[in-house]
Design a protein around this ligand. Sequence first.
Ligand code: OOG
Ligand code: MG
Length: 253
Amino acid sequence: MTAEISALAERLDTAQITCADTPSLADDHEIGLADAYAIQAELVARREARGERVLGVKLGLTSEAKMAQMGVSEVIAGRLTDAMLVADGGEVSLARFIHPKVEPEVAYRLARDVDLADPAFDVESAVDAMAPAIEIIDSRYRDFRFTHTDVVADNTSAAGYSLGPWRPFGEAANRAVRLRSGDREVIGSTAAILGDPARALHALVELCRKRDIPLRAGQVVLAGAATEAVPFAPGVAEVDIAGLGRVSVRGLA
Ligand code: OOG
Ligand code: MG
């Protein structure tokens, strides 16, 4: 662990804990993608040292809408911890965040470990359930302005997530998606997630193999947003996916 990687992980960790944004790391640092994943790993290790547990992995920028919204066009992966989990229908204080947004996602559950060393591993055979999900993203960067390496270092803006009822794993392509928060409503389709959210599972395995991110039995995988993200306004944020069901959280001002 180089001193620079530790220092940048601390900078992002402090931004999250104190709810104070920070400028893009790229403004004054030359960071490669391997460094960015190393910063993320260090950031997550700091959270684990405080008692948090990693409960899952998320993919980001798997849809054109998100790529266009953020100006970054490569799939990214981050970690979800127990401190980020909000119960379905539960409340979460918006004061915990800097400038939170919500997005509609499909969640998958891993029934067994993924053997990243096996190039022929069939990830779909390791998934036993799926659910509608809301992700709360909260970039630690000022004005959500970041580069590809910035957002990877910042654990891909991960800040919260909520899961609707699980159902057996199956086809989830081409489902109508509705996201509502405050006076904003966005309509989309799960087809926006790499054509089919199941493809996100394959993209995830590839990324995790390359970046040494373990995928374990019981973990949740978020496949990436189906639409652009909208501000998480005080009140109810709700996601509805046709045939999958709905999930909601209430943001307290
Ligand atoms: C990065 C996280 C993107 C998704 O689903 O595409 C993401 C961001 O937009 O801040 O979670
Ligand atoms: Mg997301």
